[in-house]
Every structure is written in structure tokens, then in C-alpha cells.
Design a protein around this ligand. Sequence first.
Ligand SMILES: Cc1cc2nc3c(=O)[nH]c(=O)nc-3n(C[C@H](O)[C@H](O)[C@H](O)COP(=O)(O)O)c2cc1C
Length: 212
Amino acid sequence: MKNLSLKSVGLEKGQLYETIISTLNDDGVENAAPIGVLCKNKYEMVLYLYQGSQTHENILRSASFVVNLTRDALLFTRSTLGDLSSDYFFHMEGNPILKDNEAYIIAKVTQKKELLRQNDYGSSKMTVITAKAEKIIKNRECVHPLNRGILAVIESLIYFTRLKLADQESRKILYLKIKEMNRLVQKVGSEAEKKAVQDILDTINQNFSELE
Ligand SMILES: Cc1cc2nc3c(=O)[nH]c(=O)nc-3n(C[C@H](O)[C@H](O)[C@H](O)COP(=O)(O)O)c2cc1C
């Protein structure tokens, strides 16, 4: 079988995607958690893992993990709020994989580096993991990995269309929400998504001068 690249499952170089990473705990029980995956090139990915999570511990111990590409809201929610039961997984060559996904990638860690990252809540210790895709399996002809950029553009457009209907106080709140979406798009969006939010902000500045 031809080796698939990350692009073949919709992962574009330089973009960050929200995925569900599955790993094995040291007692053999499956673990899953939503984790952002940065596509570095054709076969390499980078994860920024907060220290202290089960996923962090498992990846450091086993030097391997599975990236599950899904848009299933319940899977994202249930794997965040608690632990998914074994019924959600199947196993291949010792790797736990979510049964319900559009595609999955079995990855091996090639590099790890510790990092202190400043964020809105202070500073957190992270481990930056670089990993290589060993196996990429597509379950759909067309895979749509989840990127927050397009969601932020759509939210911005909805806030924009409400500006005309809103009173002055609500307008300020809507504008702040659009600026927050812009901050997100600058972080995780594509060039087209960045341009889209800039167009929205430019239009606001031309039509609602009191908001500047
Ligand atoms: C959409 C989404 C993306 C996330 N991305 C990351 C990430 O990139 N790195 C990280 O360390 N945690 C990330 N988290 C937080 C972890 O999923 C969360 O801490 C989880 O509870 C860890 O579970 P675990 O202890 O079973 O590994 C993300 C959460 C969500 C909802």
C-alpha cells in the first residue's frame, strides 16, 4: 500500500488542528483527550503538552500515541469531562484507537523538549513533542480535520450581522467578541481566515466609527 502523507488526511503544513489523542495508561487501560496537533511537514507533527495530564505521562513513557481525526462533539466532550470506557476503542498492533473517527495516525515520538509558556493564566510547564507518522489510515474518502479558524470566522460574521440590530452597549460587547475571534484566528487560522477577519474589522471601522 502507498504511504499516505498528513496532507492526504487534510492536515496542512503550519496549521493547528484539534484532535483526540489516544494512549495507553501503564496498567493497559485506554486514555483519550482532546489535544492540538500542529502539522510540521509531510509526516511530522508537533504537540504542546501541559505537564501533569495522563496523556503527557503516557506519551513520555511509551513514546507513541494515536491521533484520531473526528468532528464528533460528544467524543470531544466526553473525553474532556471524564474517561471514555474501553467500548470506545479497538486495538491495532498495541495501539488504542477510537472506533469512531474519520482517520487516524499512529505516531512515534522523535524529539521532546521542555518549555515554560506564558499565557493568560500565568506560566505553565509544557513538553513540546515532535513525532513522525508511522501509519496513516483513512476511513473516509474526504477527511475534515477540525481547525478553529473557520469556526472563529463564522462566529465573527454572526456577531457582525448583529451589530446593526444592537444598541450602543451591546455593540461594544459584540466588537470585543469579534476582536477576541481575531486573536484566535491570528493564532490558529489560515491566511484566508486571517484576511476574512481583517475584512470584517475593516468594514466595522468604516461603518461604526464609535467602536474604534
Ligand atoms: C479542544 C481542546 C484542545 C486541547 N489541546 C490541548 C493541547 O494541545 N495540549 C494540552 O496539554 N492539553 C490540551 N487540552 C486539554 C486536555 O485535553 C485536558 O487537559 C484533558 O483533560 C487531559 O486529559 P488526560 O489527563 O486524560 O490526558 C485541550 C482541550 C480541548 C478541549
